[in-house]
Design a protein around this ligand. Structure first.
Ligand code: ATP
Length: 228
């Protein structure tokens, strides 16, 4: 049977559910209702039930979900039930901060859900061979070989905007299908390859809109009420 394509918004909510479930002490609270899961994620109970039912996961009517089982199901659905090896390209300030952040909290954040930082790559001779937190920095020329050898499934891009597309293309040619891109640039990818953008600049620019009351409030009222 062909699998129905699950909307991205649903997939994006699954880690939220998993995070809440991972924080629960199952000995004390073995069952969770969709209502409680909703309270803790900010998503409506109806939406949660609908999301999970898309994967054939159902709670017990009037009782809720078995926390351990649901956690296992979510890990399986997200393919986090096996180790997912992660690499990083661009060991500048941001790349190094990310590597250190991942290492300091490795037990809690990255490895809790099966993600493992395995290698970093850079073109700068001065950085190659260094060890940053848990990983070694390799030359970009060795990417194809190490992507295969270390079975890197996700690549984090912390290179400058001008280099991101080329690096992504090279990773794709070596079989990588998932990227977290920190470079402030839109990337083109073939079908079947996924990029999540972590663009701080865009985030901050849209946040600026909410940072103080809009100085054109009166104008807006006029436009909306047609009294202009
Ligand atoms: P630094 O001053 O340490 O280079 P930075 O964060 O200011 O830090 P950026 O210019 O943003 O540096 O570059 C980030 C990292 O990406 C650097 O380590 C740089 O060597 C690396 N880099 C740039 N272009 C490429 C490329 N084509 N392939 C691999 N790494 C690259």
């Amino acid at each position: 049977m062909r699998q129905r394509r699950v909307p991205d918004v649903v997939v994006n909510r699954l880690p939220l559910y998993l995070r809440v479930l991972s924080e629960i002490d199952v000995d004390h609270a073995p069952i969770i209702s969709s209502y409680e899961l909703g309270e803790r994620t900010g998503i409506t109970p109806g939406q949660i039930r609908k999301d999970l039912s898309m994967f054939g996961v159902f709670g017990k009517q009037g009782v809720g979900y078995d926390v351990s089982i649901l956690r296992g199901e979510l890990r399986r659905i997200l393919k986090l039930n096996r180790i997912v090896n992660v690499g990083l390209v661009g060991v500048g300030n941001l790349g190094q901060a990310f590597l250190r952040y991942g290492a300091d909290r490795q037990r809690e954040i990255l490895s809790r859900e099966g993600l493992r930082m395995r290698a970093a790559f850079d073109q700068d001779e001065r950085k190659i061979g260094r060890r940053i937190a848990v990983v070694e920095v390799y030359p970009v020329a060795r990417m194809p070989e190490l992507i295969k050898k270390l079975d890197l499934k996700i690549m984090i891009l912390t290179v400058p905007a001008g280099a991101a597309q080329e690096i992504l293309d090279r990773c794709v040619a070596s079989g990588v299908k998932a990227f977290l891109n920190f470079a402030p640039v839109k990337l083109t990818v073939p079908a079947g390859v996924r990029v999540h953008h972590a663009d701080f600049t865009l985030q901050l620019e849209s946040l600026a809109y909410y940072s103080r009351e809009w100085e054109g409030n009166e104008e807006q009222t006029n436009i909306e009420s047609g009294t202009d």
